[in-house]
Design a protein around this ligand. Sequence first.
Ligand code: ZN
Length: 380
Amino acid sequence: MPVQAGDILQLIRSGEATTRGDLLEATGLSRMTVAQRVALLLDAGLVVETSAATAGRGRPRKSLRFNHEHAVVAVAAVDTTHTVTAVTDLEGRVLARERIEPRVADGPLPTLSAISESLAGLMTPDLPPLAGIGISVPGPVDPATGRPSEPPIMPGWDAYPIAEHLQEHVAEVPVHTANDADAAAVGEYVAEFRGCRSLVMVKVSTGIGTGIVLGGQRYTGADGGAGDIGHVRVEHPVPTRCMCGASGCLAAVASGRAVAAQLRELGRDATAGHDVGTLLRAGDHDALRLTREAGRRIGEVLATVVCVLNPEVVVVGGDLASTSLITGIRETLYGRSLPRATRHLRLALGSLREDAAVIGLNRVVVDAEFGPEAVTARLP
Ligand SMILES: [Zn+2]
């Protein structure tokens, strides 16, 4: 395939090429063709060329970089009890953000209306044009339609046309929908673990999910079900009913909802993962103990994931992310995995907390809207 302007931009975005000389070398194109393609990108405002002073004599070295101020991306990271909305530049820098509190259980309309209103307020007229919207939801997303697919903890959201709603109420731009753990996995990858070949993010909030990034790309599976470990059956001393309707799911004993229920029996005021997080930060002894126990149960299931994928990194995030949770995971994960699969495994707490999905969604939108095909198709 011929190397088009979109491919040139990809080389610049990824940092593989920062000068015209690098582009000549990377593409094998003639000097004139590279100049034409770069001119297209410069004219479109997608790339900027700057002169850097060089040591000694000679012409200043000109370098090319992706123009992060070319456009903005709006994102909404939906969780069960709150949503973070943000406007970001093309590098993932957060220019404005807001935390709103629609409950996902109230259905799609109240949540999406609150998001539309919030984004309208964040997108001030001085900002560059909007390139796209990214939204993550705490449930599986059908990759073919971009709509939620039978999400167990999102009543009323199954197959809801999220993109169409946002296009009607926010702006007529491309909308990309992702599962929340998938988005968070991409965010952690971009911010902390760039270059690692395989990363698994386990998100423990009101539900439990994992996101997988392989070779820098999120892996969602044939039907968007990859990493949905919350409803894997585990041994239960007492069969506990899960939100999905089945009995014996991991989420029924080890999710934020499950730990909250156990804490409620001990007299604490807790219903969602967020409440458990608050108690953990306050040093509540029972919250610490029960979260560690939840970690042990999660580690049992995660051992299979680790044996299948042999990832370099497992990142732990979500409301319950804490030393207690990771200690519990470590206790069972290593014992139940083959030594080869954990020999170089890095098990770490995510550093971005709820911004993980924000950064990840930004990257999903930028990769799609500024990827090689999309850019080549847009340019003359
Ligand atoms: Zn279940």
